[in-house]
Design a protein around this ligand. Structure first.
Ligand SMILES: [Zn+2]
Ligand SMILES: [Zn+2]
Length: 336
């Protein structure tokens, strides 16, 4: 199926003279549950991997969730509103209480060293011929993304999975690995992508207001400040939401941060944006799915809005920025 984004509710290039010069395309990936092939572009499917190349593994400590079922008497003593400080003292790493038909559970988060290095999970495979806006280093034709599907307590400024990238040449791989090794540590459910096939679509984007020349940026900001609640804004329609390659970054959870390369001091390119929701409350839904009403009980809506099942970033997004000219293609992550 071909997916097309619903028409933009504002003609930004017409509203802001001079903005058209800053237009750039991004490729919305439109992942949807399916059966990916090892040679194609996809999320959560098998990677075309050279049989003689070691599969990356993670040996770092992970934050894991533990549930402890309390004896009935102890649970009864807790009451409906347990003393928080007391719980933190009694249960190191106390995170919360969960009650279900089995009883009352105390949830703790503990940092646990890996019993053995655990293989990373395949997250995405993107080929240049399928994803026109995919930034690539010279001579490369494919990007593979993997991650260790856990929170790593050592990463103080990066909440979420530990990402690794592999850039492959367009020439292809003659002897691929038959199947990826399975993780030896059970993946965090929110970092375990469902297998999805892609339906790429190019869309036009404009920069975050702080990336525009000062006067134009101020105009855009003043326009958004004047909008009533519920009216379309520059903020909502200038950068595509959902999984996408290339384009501009939205900095809605922080002000714009410089993503510069330590090697050459130049600004890195936004390579890939990975998000929980595809439609951003409807602004970025597709024409083919407008008949679906938001509903957690409707699997068709879940497939359209939360197709990959992953939940990344502080709020909704994890982005990969890379320097395409420095040796080794250094990259940085940013959470929003
Ligand atoms: Zn790990
Ligand atoms: Zn660089």
């Amino acid at each position: 199926m071909t997916f097309t984004t619903v028409p933009r509710p504002l003609d930004l290039a017409h509203l802001f003279p001079g903005l058209a010069a800053h237009a750039r395309t991004a490729t919305r990936l439109h992942p949807r549950p399916g059966v990916p092939s090892i040679t194609g572009s996809h999320v959560g499917g098998p990677l075309l991997w050279p049989a003689d190349e070691p599969w990356p593994r993670c040996a770092r400590p992970h934050r894991v969730e533990q549930r402890q079922l309390l004896p009935h008497e102890q649970a009864a003593r807790l009451g409906r509103r347990p003393d928080l400080m007391g719980m933190v003292e009694k249960y190191p790493g106390f995170f919360g209480i969960h009650r279900d038909e089995a009883g009352t559970h105390v949830i703790t988060h503990v940092n646990r060293p890996a019993p053995e290095p655990s293989p990373l999970l395949p997250v995405a495979q993107l080929r240049a011929q399928d994803v026109p806006d995919l930034p690539l280093p010279p001579g490369m034709g494919m990007l593979q993304v993997l991650w260790c599907p856990h929170v790593h307590p050592e990463d103080r400024d990066q909440y979420g999975p530990a990402v690794q990238l592999r850039w492959r040449s367009a020439a292809g791989i003659t002897e691929p690995l038959a199947s990826a090794p399975a993780p030896t540590v059970v993946p965090d459910e929110m970092f375990h992508p469902r297998p999805c096939v892609l339906h790429p679509e190019q869309v036009v984007e404009y920069p975050w207001w702080q990336e525009l020349p000062e006067q134009l940026g101020s105009q855009v900001r003043a326009f958004d400040d004047s909008r009533e609640f519920g009216q379309p804004s520059y903020y909502a329609v200038s950068q595509a939401r959902g999984w996408k390659a290339g384009g501009y970054a939205n900095w809605g959870s922080s002000d714009r941060l410089p993503m510069t390369c330590d090697g050459c001091s130049r600004e890195m390119a936004l390579v890939l944006s990975m998000t929980k929701s595809e439609s951003f409350g409807g602004t970025w839904r597709t024409e083919q799915e407008t008949h679906l009403e938001p509903s957690w009980t409707d699997p068709r809506w879940r497939d359209a809005d939360r197709p990959t099942g992953v939940s990344v970033g502080w709020d909704d997004a994890l982005r990969v920025f890379a320097c395409l000219s420095c040796p080794g293609t250094p990259f940085r992550l940013n959470s929003q």
